[in-house]
Design a protein. Structure first.
Lengths: 113, 112
């Protein structure tokens, strides 16, 4: 699986959008971009994933650049409960390789009132 | 979604002893995965547990230290053997469901 690079930490204001960048310049054509988050003392939680088109669900939006070398996770209206470590992972889709996830350092997001 | 139950949720153990962690899934899955998260660190895959065959271990992890059982398609155990303080970590099991990975809440282990 390709490696990813994320900023180690970032702060954002409650109620504002949080934009979390991720670089994955060595991503392969069959690899997806996945985002997970880990709230303190809990197991990681799936947020969203995409291949090349932008994706949106009830939690977040995922913007992938045209060359697929980077992406941005957008939390549209951050709340205090969004404080967590966010992991960007690139991998082939689940059924192709099991869920062998390679976690990088992630971004520690602190949402402030 | 998948419901994953891990037991115990936390434990404090004496060095030299062993602890077995249980992971129960609410439906049958082919593979179950065990991760370790050392204090302040990210998750690292220990091994993949397949029903009916030996687990596949990642580099740096060996069966003698982390024996795994997978007696059926909904259950697995991970044993941390001959523990030392360096084994103090959160241990998590995980399964695939469709395109997502689901994780248990983890077992917080402290070795004293």
């Amino acid at each position: 699986d390709a490696k990813t690079t994320q900023p180690p930490s970032m702060d954002c204001a409650e109620g504002r959008a949080a934009n979390l960048p991720c670089n994955h310049s060595t991503i392969s054509g069959n690899e997806y971009v996945y985002w997970y988050r880990q709230i303190h003392s809990q197991g990681p939680q799936y947020i969203i994933h995409g291949l090349k088109n932008n994706e949106t669900n009830e939690m977040a939006s995922l913007i992938i650049t045209e060359d697929r070398k980077s992406s941005t996770l957008i939390l549209p209206h951050a709340t205090l409960r969004d404080t967590a470590v966010y992991y960007c992972i690139v991998r082939v889709e689940a059924w192709a390789a099991g869920n062998k996830l390679t976690f990088g350092g992630g971004t520690r997001v602190l949402v402030k009132p | 979604s998948a419901v994953i139950s891990q037991k115990p949720s936390r434990d404090i153990c004496q060095r030299g002893t062993s602890l077995t962690i249980q992971c129960q899934v609410d439906s049958q899955v082919t593979m179950m995965f065990w991760y370790r998260q050392q204090p302040g660190q990210s998750l690292t895959l220990i091994a993949t547990a397949n029903q009916g065959s030996e687990a596949t271990y990642e580099s740096g992890f060996v069966i003698d230290k982390f024996p795994i059982s997978r007696p059926n398609l909904t259950f697995s155990t991970l044993t941390v053997s001959n523990m030392s303080p360096e084994d103090s970590s959160i241990y998590l099991c995980s399964v695939d469901r469709s395109t997502e990975a689901f994780f248990g809440q983890g077992t917080r282990l402290t070795v004293v």
